[in-house]
Ligand binder design. Structure first.
Ligand SMILES: Cc1cc2nc3c(=O)[nH]c(=O)nc-3n(C[C@H](O)[C@H](O)[C@H](O)COP(=O)(O)OP(=O)(O)OC[C@H]3O[C@@H](n4cnc5c(N)ncnc54)[C@H](O)[C@@H]3O)c2cc1C
Length: 370
């Protein structure tokens, strides 16, 4: 595995780091208190080439590849985890449209997402979380339109996105009956049913959505009819690299708070060894994330690598934030302390884009395949 970064990858990482240190970290507590990340932040990320890192340049993207994306994601999450999840989902949506969209869909949406408008990924439902095969939202043909009816839950910034990639059942039961649609914000019949009151990532909106006979033209279908499950799985593979990188960034922020505490406060060897263990495991997580990112960038199969990276990085990050709190002690758990926010923000990285159990299903299936 090639470990040297190219100058372009280093440049994007450094751009993200500077932006995170100057504009995100100092404001992350305020974003959380206000329960929103201002839209101008995403315009700034767009100008910096961070909202469509791996999207082709002719569609407005940075064409910088998945390794650069992983590095940048870690830096942004180190500054503000809620900004990072919005960046992650929007990058994923842009990549999906670039990969499966027709010319008009790509030309309409990719440049807007690259510039900092948001894109949502509307897959999950009450009975369709780990298993999208349980999906109940339907799309029925009516003349030259599709009519979408159903409800989605846990959709990140579904209320703020210009475009939503929406999965719905077009052709019978099971995962093979799913298709994918592009629904613009403001479509008649599209509503927000609920804002989740979460323990962490409070500056990222997470909403329930209702589709009450939402009509979209026939050409709003993304990819071939019946390809919805395949599109979702491909998108989630890439998304897992992003979440592995996000988890690493959150844990890095907690690690740095603990390290700075120890630099200022002479402590016993137990605390120093704890710090050494966090550093060691975060480095391992970084290597796994970069391995998965590099495989995706080379166009090789990377599902197994993405699941390994996602499971290891998110679980390590959860452990690392807890260890950082142990080093600092009680003040780490007081509202306003960066470790307090990291601990609350990091937990969901073991859930979204596939839970740790789902990652283990993917890994063990691939390992046991004859
Ligand atoms: C903050 C947040 C943001 C989110 N953003 C989005 C978004 O933007 N778009 C979107 O579509 N979704 C989003 N989600 C939903 C997320 O992807 C789902 O919560 C996740 O896929 C798990 O689904 P579930 O909650 O329905 O759990 P379930 O699938 O019901 O699982 C419950 C438990 O059972 C375990 N389990 C399930 N199946 C198996 C099995 N076969 N073997 C062993 N164990 C199993 C799971 O690991 C889990 O521990 C978000 C969730 C959160 C919390």
């Amino acid at each position: 595995m090639q470990l040297d970064l190219s100058p372009a990858q280093e440049r994007l990482r450094d751009t993200a780091r500077q932006l995170a240190e100057a504009e995100l970290a100092p404001n992350a507590a305020r974003f959380e208190a206000e329960e929103r990340v201002p839209t101008e932040v995403f315009r700034r990320l767009g100008e910096a080439g961070l909202m469509a890192v791996a999207t082709p340049a002719e569609l407005g993207g940075s064409a910088a590849g998945t390794v650069a994306y992983s590095l940048a994601m870690t830096e942004i999450a180190r500054g503000c985890a809620a900004t990072a999840v919005t960046m992650a989902v929007t990058n994923m949506v842009g990549e999906v449209i670039a990969a499966f969209g027709d010319e008009a869909q790509r030309a309409t949406w990719c440049p807007r997402l690259a510039a900092g408008e948001l894109g949502a990924f509307a897959l999950s439902e009450v009975d369709a979380g780990s298993d999208p095969g349980g999906m109940r939202t339907v799309a029925i043909e009516d003349g030259d339109e599709w009519v979408l009816t159903g409800t989605k839950q846990w959709i990140s910034h579904g209320d703020l996105s210009s475009v939503l990639v929406v999965w719905a059942r077009t052709d019978g039961a099971g995962a093979r009956g799913l298709s994918c649609f592009l629904v613009p914000q403001g479509a008649m019949g599209l509503g927000v049913s609920k804002h989740e009151d979460k323990m962490g990532l409070r500056a990222s909106h997470t909403v329930g959505l209702t589709f009450d006979g939402v009509r979209v033209p026939k050409d709003a279908m993304l990819g071939p009819r019946g390809a919805g499950f395949r599109i979702a799985m491909m998108a989630l593979d890439g998304g897992r690299v992003g979440i592995a990188s996000q988890a690493l960034g959150i844990a890095t922020a907690a690690y740095e708070a603990a390290r700075d505490f120890l630099r200022a406060t002479p402590a016993d060897q137990v605390a120093q060894f704890r710090l050494a263990d966090i550093r060691t495991r975060l480095d391992a997580a970084r290597l796994l994330a970069l391995r998965a990112a590099a495989a995706k960038e080379r166009g090789e199969p990377f599902s197994r690598e993405a699941s390994i990276a996602k499971a290891f990085s998110s679980e390590t990050a959860w452990w690392a934030c807890n260890e950082a709190a142990e080093i600092v002690g009680d003040t780490a758990l007081v509202s306003g302390h960066p470790i307090d926010r990291c601990l609350r923000d990091v937990r969901v990285t073991m859930i979204y884009e596939g839970t740790s159990e789902v990652q283990r299903i993917v890994i063990s299936r691939m390992e046991l395949r004859a």
